[in-house]
Design a binder for this molecule. Structure first.
Ligand SMILES: [Zn+2]
Length: 132
């Protein structure tokens, strides 16, 4: 508290402080409400996408078009296209990714014993090699 505030501490100043605090609280509350609403909408979209993907997979499986193993392999291939098997399609870092010695496509030496593209055996990763 500065000298001016000490000398002229008054109900007016306290009221001003309370109003300022109230404004800050309402901004914070509206931000939380907006983020919460966005989160609910996003969750609904993810749930719908999950449902559609599950329905498509079951239909293809029932028609003999696809097995669970084929789907897992296809997911791993698409995941590795960006150079990293991390569960998302991210920024393309395939130029820096470790490559399969047989087909030269991105390979995950830490998690896989064989290339998901050509099936060639992959040597175990060295302990100093970064996760890909
Ligand atoms: Zn390969």
């Amino acid at each position: 508290m500065g000298l001016f505030d000490y000398l002229f501490d008054s109900e007016y100043k306290q009221r001003r402080d309370l109003l300022s605090l109230s404004d800050t609280t309402s901004v914070t509350t509206s931000t939380v409400d907006r983020v919460s609403s966005d989160l609910i909408a996003l969750r609904l979209r993810v749930d719908r996408a999950e449902l559609a993907a599950e329905a498509m997979f079951r239909l293809m499986q029932e028609k003999g078009m696809l097995t669970a193993e084929e789907l897992r392999t296809a997911i791993a291939r698409v995941d590795l296209e960006d150079g990293r098997e991390d569960g998302v399609m991210g920024e393309d870092k395939s130029a820096d990714a470790p490559k399969c010695p047989s087909c030269a496509r991105p390979a995950n030496f830490r998690r896989r014993t064989h290339c998901v593209y050509c099936g060639s055996a992959l040597k175990p990763a060295r302990s100093t090699e970064p996760y890909r």
